[in-house]
Design a protein around this ligand. Structure first.
Ligand SMILES: [Zn+2]
Length: 208
């Protein structure tokens, strides 16, 4: 059996459902995050995952390009439906920002209900020219709703069982997703079930 390689990932979760409004520009966000990203980039991690991005203003492609950051990164976005991220931008806009930066090794979707994922991924292949040539990563939540005011998950009928979650996995693989996992409210059992479901597919992990 081959030796498994371990990666040290730094997850930089951005503020869930944050609406910055028009007053916050890309320059404001860059000033706020510049030092944080530099410290993380020097930590010895193999990759920084910018995740749960809810507004394209948070897409730090310019920051990564302009500040001598050597470490690879991925960008994953937080969707409110099958078309738009929580801040209202489309996947087209978000992925094209990610595609413009060669430090970004993958782009995708996280902390989004599983039922929205397939249509978003299929859109990547439908559009000509393709909106991104980066590998697509997916790690959805379990489908429940987060209430940012109460700061808690609202258990509604939209949540899915592990069995239902896994029923999506083969569809995501057939839609050429490269990396699949689980975000909020998934459990070790969900991850074990994903791992079993993926065992029949060959690895298409991006090289770091
Ligand atoms: Zn999450």
């Amino acid at each position: 059996m081959g030796k498994k390689k371990a990666f040290f990932l730094l997850l930089l979760g951005l503020l869930l459902n944050r609406d910055y409004g028009d007053a916050v520009t890309l320059a404001t966000l860059k000033d706020f995050h510049r030092r944080r990203v530099q410290v993380l980039a020097e930590s010895g991690a193999d990759l920084i995952a910018f995740e749960t991005i809810s507004n394209k203003l948070e897409a730090y492609a310019e920051l990564l390009e302009g500040d001598g950051i050597k470490i690879p990164t991925w960008f994953s976005f937080n969707y409110k439906d099958s078309v738009n991220i929580v801040g209202g931008d489309s996947f087209l806009e978000c992925a094209s920002v990610a595609d413009s930066c060669n430090k970004i090794v993958a782009v995708g979707i996280n902390c989004t209900p599983p039922r929205f994922i397939l249509d978003i991924v299929l859109l990547v292949h439908k559009l000509t020219p393709r909106v991104t040539s980066k590998p697509i990563l997916i790690y959805p939540n379990i489908g429940e709703t987060y209430d940012p005011d109460r700061k808690e998950w609202v258990v509604k009928s939209t949540g899915v069982s592990d069995k239902d979650f896994i029923s999506y996995v083969s569809k995501w693989c057939e839609a050429k997703a490269s990396l699949i996992g689980g975000c909020c409210r998934t459990t070790p059992n969900t991850i074990r079930a994903i791992s079993r479901a993926l065992s029949k597919y060959s690895s298409v992990l991006p090289s770091l």
